[in-house]
Design a protein around this ligand. Structure first.
Ligand SMILES: *[C@@H]1O[C@H](CO)[C@@H](O)[C@H](O)[C@H]1NC(C)=O
Ligand SMILES: *[C@@H]1O[C@H](CO)[C@@H](O)[C@H](O)[C@H]1NC(C)=O
Ligand SMILES: *[C@@H]1O[C@H](CO)[C@@H](O)[C@H](O)[C@H]1NC(C)=O
Ligand SMILES: *[C@@H]1O[C@H](CO)[C@@H](O)[C@H](O)[C@H]1NC(C)=O
Ligand SMILES: *[C@@H]1O[C@H](CO)[C@@H](O)[C@H](O)[C@H]1NC(C)=O
Ligand SMILES: *[C@@H]1O[C@H](CO)[C@@H](O)[C@H](O)[C@H]1NC(C)=O
Length: 737
């Protein structure tokens, strides 16, 4: 194989991804082969299946499916669920339930739930497991994962319970005649951190200060890529661990991964539009016969039907005091065998209300949405948004007595679960009626494989980005300044809220230490959790850079209670693949937080109990440690006005702060009113910090839509792209969707 054939850019990419150490291999060894792509594919599929196992575990819980949950464990799987009793040591799980094997685990789950099983009339058993950091072993047969865990429980007869903490789990790839190769839970180890009932809210477990829950990863390791450590070069050959799949099968499965990313983004974007009641943007996402259905009752198909379903939620746009947040958790995506349809499933928890009218409500919904791929454009659209409400409760009275939904005679049938487990290293299922959805620019096998490798690296980038994003969240919870600084690239920059952006890991760490002090790993009286959920990850064409938007859902806990409430903000970040001395790591390039869009007045008051003057705000300035770009910098005026530390007038909940978007509508390409693509300080203050000024591609901010119209013998071709995006031709833009 020669490097001289094929596009140089791809060859360079292949080099970056396939060279894991300085000593590795001559360029000749770096061309991907069907063998090496098969191995990389197995790793990406494994990371996804591990997430799917844990998310399935959580999705089964609201329906009392204890046996199915236990069946996700290996035969010798271990379950350690700390109780957090007063005086108990959280870290050694000294008061933990300690069980081995699915049968014992099933029995415990059933007993622990008791009447709060989601089956008894008025009961609730909502479990959230999200924000994963997944580490796959070098041999690809075991893995570790860190997750946030939160349970909202009630028996419908007056009793409620809330339990939150961190899971440090282990997974193992098992093979059995019955199930084939599949990932299972080897160890579920739960560290309880906060608990309480609905009436009083939660506080630190056992009234203690909270220790730092040990991490299975290091700050530098969190950027390890999924593909690169897996390069068992031997001379000029990549040694295979899986039998190479056929090229058709590889294309099929890589395309499936790419499609999954598109669908996940589509759903998560839709959620953000709904929260801001951006109805035209929501409607744009639907197929022409799309519907919205709640508890089985659907709208009329088409835009008018969707519009009327949305209108029932309220008028377009948010007015002062309106909160319409619906965080989306643990989304699973299944692509149909023909690659043209998709289903997603997960849990959405509506936190809605009106703080002027003083109303507030919880709305727990299981969603199971459907999507179709437009065959001509390759763009995914929503066919059906389908919600099943499992609990609706007024914030004041809560769900202790079953909430506001009419009582049900029989337990709700769960919306069908997805078939997303047990697909690792399947025997090749050769698709017969399936065409590769991308246009091949060459029929040379080498170029084809290089392109397949590129496409695979884009899906790997999706998971690597979620990994780094989640790792950041956990370090932010514990205010581990040096660790979260280390997650950044050497030329990376991070906003210190209310102050400005600091360039380089050293300065990021210093800014944090100047503000919060250099904290040892000691127990804390309170923790402000940063749930970074509902990610939208837009990966560049070459897979080396990505733009990521995640929520910041803060929920605090403290000793002595009384203060646990929620805050809502939004992160706008970018990540890159950084190569240093031959080592490749996924690193944060920039990190910006817009906060707060809303805040609650402790647990008791909730988000409707807030008077704007009551909220304290941090003011700018970190003891003279001057930012490289201040939030108050005149060049940042337009972008930062109203935010914490930004130019006045400051906008405080329940006033509605403008929300910024770094991408366009993923279906129509519509440019949002408040559009700020790329890294936040780059547009006006520091163009030299842009990805494109540093050897990276800027991920496309939306589809490039090309339409042709014939009038007589004249043909008019229209191309719609982002305002700042060069449209240089079809390939590379339209080809992405
Ligand atoms: C690497 O190649 C050498 C010589 O061809 C062979 O003896 C050895 O077993 C190979 N190692 C692996 C891991 O395949
Ligand atoms: C809860 O319901 C009661 C009775 O309908 C109502 O007065 C109260 O305002 C509601 N509370 C909230 C926060 O919506
Ligand atoms: C594909 O291969 C054929 C036969 O070798 C050749 O004539 C043709 O130009 C190739 N097509 C492309 C797009 O490279
Ligand atoms: C996440 O980080 C860990 C290291 O801490 C690394 O081993 C793993 O490969 C990363 N996983 C993904 C999916 O990027
Ligand atoms: C908000 O203002 C109202 C009316 O002035 C007052 O009754 C209430 O206690 C205030 N709430 C908070 C959380 O300060
Ligand atoms: C085609 O374009 C020519 C030149 O711009 C114009 O004169 C003519 O009217 C157009 N014809 C049609 C059918 O639009």
């Amino acid at each position: 194989m020669k490097l001289s054939s094929g596009a140089p850019a791809r060859a360079a990419l292949a080099l970056v991804l396939w060279t894991s150490s300085p000593a590795a291999a001559t360029p000749a060894a770096t061309w991907p082969t069907a063998d090496s792509i098969t191995n990389g594919l197995a790793r990406v599929e494994s990371v996804r299946e591990i997430k799917s196992v844990q998310r399935t575990f959580a999705q089964l819980a609201p329906h009392g499916r204890w046996g199915d949950m236990a069946a996700l464990f290996a035969d010798d799987g271990v379950f350690r669920w700390g109780a957090g009793k007063p005086g108990a040591n959280i870290l050694d799980n000294s008061d933990a339930t300690f069980l081995t094997g699915p049968a014992a685990i099933e029995a415990w789950l059933r007993t622990d739930a008791g009447n709060m099983d989601g089956l008894k009339p008025g009961s609730l058993h909502a479990l959230i497991n999200d924000q994963p950091v997944i580490s796959l072993s070098a041999d690809g047969r075991s893995a570790k994962g860190r997750w946030h865990s939160l349970k909202f429980l009630g028996d419908g007869a007056g009793k409620t319970r809330i339990e939150g903490g961190i899971m440090q789990n282990e997974y193992v790839l098992t093979a059995s005649a019955e199930h084939g190769n599949r990932w299972r839970i080897k160890l579920l180890r739960y560290y309880p951190l906060f608990a309480g009932d609905y009436k009083n809210g939660w506080e630190n477990v056992g009234g203690n200060s909270l220790p730092i829950v040990p991490f299975h990863y290091t700050a530098d390791g969190a950027g390890e890529t999924i593909l690169s450590p897996y390069q068992p070069h031997n001379g000029s050959k990549v040694v295979s661990r899986h039998t190479a799949l056929s090229i058709d099968e590889l294309k099929y499965r890589v395309t499936k991964l790419n499609d999954e990313d598109e669908v996940r983004n589509l759903q998560h974007i839709c959620g953000h539009y709904v929260d801001r009641r951006m109805w035209p943007d929501v409607i744009d996402l639907f197929a022409s016969d799309g519907v919205v259905s709640v508890d089985g009752r659907g709208s009329a198909p088409g835009a008018a039907g969707v519009q009327s379903a949305l209108d029932r939620m309220g008028p377009e746009g948010l007015t002062r005091g309106v909160l319409n947040d619906h965080p989306i958790y643990q989304t699973l995506v299944e692509i149909s065998p023909d690659g043209l349809e998709a289903t997603s499933r997960g849990l959405e928890i509506g936190m809605i209300g009106d703080s002027i009218a003083k109303t507030a409500e919880w709305r727990f919904c299981v969603f199971r949405h459907k999507y179709i791929k437009d065959a001509a454009s390759g763009i995914w659209k929503i066919k059906e948004l389908a919600y099943t409400r499992i609990m609706v409760a007024n914030y004041t009275s809560g769900w202790a007595f079953g909430g506001a939904l009419p009582p049900k005679a029989a337990p709700l049938a769960p919306p069908p679960f997805l078939d997303v487990l047990g697909h690792i290293s399947d025997v090749a299922r050769k698709p017969t009626d399936w065409q590769p959805p991308w246009r091949e620019d060459s029929n040379s096998t080498e170029t084809l494989l290089a392109d397949m490798q590129r496409r695979l690296s884009r899906s790997a980038a999706f998971d690597e980005t979620e990994n780094v994003s989640s790792a950041y969240g956990y370090y932010a919870d514990d205010i581990r300044c040096t660790d979260f600084a280390t997650l950044h690239a050497d030329k990376g920059f991070k906003m210190s809220p209310g102050v400005g952006w600091y360039l380089s890991p050293q300065r990021i760490a210093q800014a944090c230490i100047a503000r919060y002090g250099d904290r040892p790993a000691a127990a804390r009286a309170s923790i402000p959790f940063h749930w970074r959920v509902q990610p939208i990850i837009l990966v560049s064409h070459d897979g080396r850079s990505a733009t990521v938007r995640v929520r910041n859902l803060q929920m605090g806990t403290s000793r002595g209670g009384g203060s646990a409430g929620f805050n809502g903000g939004m992160y706008h970040d970018q990540v890159v693949l950084e190569e240093k001395a031959g080592v490749v790591r996924r690193k944060l390039w920039c990190l910006t937080i817009d906060e707060f869009y809303w805040q609650s007045a402790g647990w008791a008051g909730g988000w409707a109990g807030v008077n704007s003057t009551a909220l304290g705000r941090r003011q700018g300035g970190i003891g003279g440690y001057v930012a490289d770009v201040a939030v108050a910098d005149p060049t940042m005026r337009l972008r930062e006005v109203g935010f914490n530390g930004g130019p006045p007038p400051t906008v405080r909940w329940p006033d509605i702060q403008r929300m910024w978007w770094s991408f366009r509508n993923p279906v129509t390409g519509r440019v949002p009113e408040s559009y700020w693509p790329g890294c936040v300080p780059c547009r006006t203050a520091r163009p030299d910090w842009q990805l494109t000024a540093n050897g990276y591609q800027e991920p496309a901010t939306g589809p490039t839509i090309v339409t042709a119209r014939a009038q007589g013998t004249n043909v008019t071709v229209t191309v719609v792209g982002g305002p700042d995006e060069p449209v240089t031709g079809l390939w590379g833009y339209a080809g992405e969707r």
